[in-house]
Design a protein around this ligand. Structure first.
Ligand SMILES: NC(=O)c1ccc[n+]([C@@H]2O[C@H](COP(=O)([O-])OP(=O)(O)OC[C@H]3O[C@@H](n4cnc5c(N)ncnc54)[C@H](OP(=O)(O)O)[C@@H]3O)[C@@H](O)[C@H]2O)c1
Length: 306
């Protein structure tokens, strides 16, 4: 059975946060949540780009309920003020979609000194999730949906690289793959803790296969890279179609804790969403614990399971 746009249930009364929802896959997730009557909180780093995206959704669905809050996952101060604003306005959070991401960027570090890719893609979302955990616990049957990638298959975890200092060896593809492996290690570790503590929260993940968005802008450049991107072009699907696995993980009633959704076709690069198998290393307890402990230590986040 195909799980498609029409499979999304009515979301009236639900409050859903989507990080990085002014463009790409996040935009389409926000668009379909809003179409199906959820109140969507767009976590965006530029309020102006967020408003342009929200206006587009409202012009298509005039009854869409959308709020736009500033969120820069590059900066713990911004993450904390996003959480404070959210707590002031809302008493429930049905789904937290940790979607924002950057890929193969030139070396840079976040305001808190993390290498940028693991900083934005993992540490930023780790801190954000901890700050919203109280509301997620209070909300009946809430969900956390992290956004991984096929690239996790090539990832390895090297804690020495979490806070790369410029000048040390930096490999932008390795750094991306590590950050996407981290998204899955975090998903499985948090899901286990939620289970052990009998909390009414599902922790899941999704990946969009290869979808046409602006994510690959730092890949282009050399002739060989451009040629590679041209070849990949045949495998890729639209950003809209790429939003389906995340929409399924966020809304399908049959979803279980630790489920991981992605496209079912052409080596999981495109197609309608089904359950995916993450690589064995994503299930490694040792790596999960290493990442969890380092994430707590470096972000100073706390998770209260009681
Ligand atoms: N496209 C694919 O084929 C593919 C494949 C596997 C996984 N993914 C994953 O899918 C997710 C969405 O990617 P996409 O393809 O939709 O890329 P995209 O079009 O580049 O969108 C990324 C979004 O993340 C936001 N973002 C970046 N840095 C941020 C920060 N510091 N704070 C807050 N938001 C930030 C961007 O905001 P700005 O507009 O302000 O930059 C943008 O809205 C990512 O996690 C990516 O790793 C994508």
């Amino acid at each position: 059975m195909k799980w498609t746009y029409d499979s999304i249930p009515d979301l009236k009364g639900k409050v859903i946060i989507v990080t990085g929802s002014n463009s790409g896959i996040g935009f389409h997730k926000a668009r379909y949540f809003a179409k199906n009557n959820a109140l969507v909180v767009m976590g965006v780093r530029s309020l102006e780009r967020g408003k342009t995206a929200a206006d587009k959704i409202i012009s298509e669905f005039p009854n869409a309920k959308i709020d736009i809050l500033q969120l820069d996952l590059n900066d713990s101060v911004s993450i904390k003020s996003f959480s404070t604003e959210f707590h002031k306005k809302y008493k429930q959070l049905d789904v937290l979609v940790n979607n924002a991401g950057i890929m193969t960027t030139p070396y840079n570090s976040t305001k808190d000194g993390f290498e940028s890719q693991i900083g934005v893609n993992h540490f930023g979302h780790f801190l954000l999730t901890s700050l919203l955990f109280d509301v997620l616990k209070k909300t009946k049957s809430s969900r956390i949906v992290n956004t991984a990638s096929i690239a996790h298959r090539f990832g390895s975890l090297d804690k020495e690289s979490f806070m790369y200092q410029e000048g040390k060896k930096y490999n932008k593809s390795k750094a991306y793959a590590q950050s996407k492996l981290a998204n899955l290690l975090f998903t499985y570790k948090l899901a286990s803790l939620v289970e052990e503590n009998n909390l009414d929260i599902l922790v899941t993940a999704s990946h969009p296969g290869i979808s046409q968005t602006d994510l690959g802008r730092h890949i282009r450049g050399s002739f060989f890279m451009n040629f590679g991107m041209w070849v990949i072009g045949f495998a890729r699907q639209s950003g809209e179609k790429g939003s389906l696995p995340g929409l399924r993980a966020s809304t399908d009633k049959s979803v279980l804790n630790k489920d991981y959704y992605g496209p079912r076709g052409l080596y999981n690069t495109k197609g309608y969403p089904n359950l995916q198998k993450a690589k064995k290393k994503a299930h490694s307890k040792e790596l999960q614990d290493l990442l969890w402990d380092e994430s707590l230590r470096l972000t100073k986040a706390t998770y209260d399971f009681i």
